[in-house]
Structures are given as C-alpha cells and as structure tokens.
Design a protein around this ligand. Structure first.
Ligand SMILES: Nc1nc2c(c(=O)[nH]1)N[C@H]1C(S)=C(S)[C@@H](COP(=O)(O)O)O[C@H]1N2
Ligand SMILES: [Mo]
Length: 225
C-alpha cells in the first residue's frame, strides 16, 4: 500500500479519537479520587479543586492594620524559652525562601507562591518545646485562631512569611506576618499572626469549632467534620 492514498476507515478514525481522549483523561487524572494520595506526584491539583491565577482574599471582615514598630509575635505555653519578638528580632532570625501551592477549602488552588520568612523549624530551635507539648494554636490580631499538631507544625515547609513574590506581604493577605502551612487547606495558615501557643491538649480554632475538619488534608478532602 502506498502511503499517499492510505486513509483510516471509519472505524480507525473513531478509535483514534477514543485513544487520544483516554490519553488526555490519564494525563488529567480523570476519575481518580483523593485515595490515590499514595502517589501524589502523579497529579498536582487535589480532588475537587480548580486552579486560579489571581489570589482571592478571605477573612472575617476585619483586616487589622499593624504598624511594624507596634508589631509583636509572642511564642509561649509549653516551651523552655518563651519569646516576644519585635520586627527587628524577627528579621534577625534565619531567613528562608520557599515555593508552595495554596489549596483553599472553598475549592481554589494557586500554584507556585514564592514566600520569604522564618521556618517553623527555626522558631522551634529558638523556643524549644517541652516534651509534653503536642499541639500548637495560632492566634491572630483579628481574633482568628486555628490549631495544628506540633508534628504538623514541625514539617520542613512550614513558614512564618513576611514576603510574597519578593514584596512585603500585603495587609489583606495577612501582613506583616502570616503562617504558611502548604500541606493543609489554607484556613490553617493564620494571617496577622500574633501569638503561637504550645499545648499538651488540642484546642480547635475558629473554623474547627464551626464544622471544618480538625486537620484539613487536601489530598484526603478533609474539608468538613
Ligand atoms: N487571621 C486570619 N487568618 C486567616 C483567616 C482569617 O479570617 N483570619 N482566614 C483563613 C482562610 S479560611 C483562608 S482561605 C486564608 C485566606 O488567605 P488569603 O486571604 O491570603 O487568600 O486565610 C486563613 N487565615
Ligand atoms: Mo478558606
């Protein structure tokens, strides 16, 4: 058969379409559920999420305006070395850049956010939690609070961020300093953080007592309950 006059029959054309759409499904991870979290590198968008390019603002309706010379972050509870950090103290701690994805429980995700600030791990080295400490609560200047385990707070990618994409974090996004916990839905990332408390018991925060999940793993769809 000469290559010139070869045309697939009707059946051949249909099959081509079927195969390419199946290939696309495979590429998109269609029909996969969050249960496939054993291979998270296979997809980047957690189940039920849609990608956005802007950065939505979510808060309780109050965006506190904290001047840098009035700003203070206190860290206390079950720690050997409680601290009260002013702005310059905070900048004197080791500074780290991270890049992470945001997954909000309201179903938007935003890739590749470049943050700068202080790693939770470096804060832990400074304050030294006591052996009884198992839980962490963030308290914010707007009255918000949210809870995580000390184990989750100790993850290598948890940051107290003061910058985003090379600029100071804007007030509406939680500046001067917010928590960034990339492995959880974004409600765990307290904006305008003011106090970090280490506890031996759990202390559910603002949304956790209003029906949100106590943990919030986007790969398990820990949204509510
Ligand atoms: N202090 C404080 N932190 C907060 C909130 C808030 O209302 N107050 N909202 C949480 C929720 S539900 C989300 S989705 C993110 C939104 O952060 P963004 O406005 O920078 O997108 O902040 C989280 N941290
Ligand atoms: Mo949220």
């Amino acid at each position: 058969m000469s290559g010139d006059d070869y045309k697939p029959g009707l059946l051949g054309q249909i099959k081509d379409k079927l195969i390419s759409s199946k290939q696309q499904w495979a590429k998109d991870g269609r029909l996969l559920t969050g249960e496939a979290a054993s291979a998270p590198q296979a997809r980047r968008l957690p189940p039920g999420q849609r990608l956005v390019r802007d950065w939505p603002v979510l808060d309780l309706g109050v965006q506190p305006n904290i001047l840098l010379d009035k700003w203070q972050l206190s860290v206390g509870g079950l720690v050997a070395n409680p601290v009260k950090l002013g702005w310059n103290d905070f900048l004197d701690l080791p500074q780290t850049d991270t890049v992470s994805d945001i997954h909000c429980v309201t179903a938007w995700s935003r890739y590749d956010n470049r943050w700068a600030g202080v790693l939770a791990r470096d804060l832990l080295k400074l304050v030294k939690p006591r052996p009884e400490a198992r839980h962490v609560v963030f308290q914010s200047y707007d009255g918000y609070a949210t809870n995580v385990t000390l184990e989750h707070f100790s993850a290598p990618d948890v940051l107290l961020a003061h910058s985003w994409e090379g600029d100071p974090l804007k007030r509406e996004h939680g500046g001067p300093v917010r928590v960034v916990m990339p492995r959880w839905y974004f409600w765990k990332s307290a904006k305008w953080v003011k106090h970090i408390a280490f506890l031996d018991r759990d202390a559910p925060g603002y949304w956790e007592v209003r029906g949100y999940h106590n943990e919030g793993d986007p790969w398990k769809e820990d949204r509510y309950g």
